[in-house]
Design a protein around this ligand. Structure first.
Ligand SMILES: [Zn+2]
Length: 161
């Protein structure tokens, strides 16, 4: 059993739901001891009202205040996300000392899973392990569907990027 593919398929389900909701076509799940403990998707709100509302940080928000939100548990958790984490999400997971990030599609435009030499020294020893390219093609296809939609909705006469 390839657990990375299994959980990435769950993240892909969230990515498809994101598209249905008019969102960004990114999905993510948070896993501890081979159980999914939270699920999230890039929302339409992210595009229109709150640019910091990303799937990966929503996963963490959902467990705040629970017995799972402890350093020991966070160290054993894995975030599965269909697209490489951005600088904000990566930094959040870095500061939390989360154990592992597994992503599907690499994002040359906005992805940030850096080499240790550009990470401030205090955080280097506890950088999350990063594994990329799990179900990459499927994850990229869902994300590109979003781009076609976005081009029509948001790029119409405006500079988005
Ligand atoms: Zn992000």
């Amino acid at each position: 059993m390839d657990y990375h593919e299994l959980f990435m398929r769950e993240a892909l389900t969230e990515a498809e739901r994101s598209l249905e909701d008019g969102g960004y076509g990114i999905g993510a799940v948070l896993v501890l001891d081979r159980d999914i403990i939270s699920r999230a998707r890039g929302s339409a709100t992210y595009l229109t009202k709150d640019p910091t509302e990303h799937a990966e940080t929503q996963l963490i928000d959902m467990i705040k205040g629970t017995e799972l939100y402890t350093p020991d548990h966070l160290r054993k958790m894995t975030v599965y996300t269909t697209v490489e984490a951005c600088i904000m999400c990566y930094s959040t997971l870095l500061i939390l000392k989360l154990g592992t990030i597994v992503y599907g599609a690499r994002d040359d435009q906005g992805g940030f899973t850096p080499a240790p030499d550009i990470i401030p020294p205090i955080f280097r020893a506890t950088m999350p392990k990063v594994i990329g390219g799990v179900l990459e093609k499927e994850c990229l296809n869902v994300f590109l569907k979003n781009r076609e939609e976005m081009d029509r909705k948001y790029l119409n006469g405006k500079l988005f990027f």
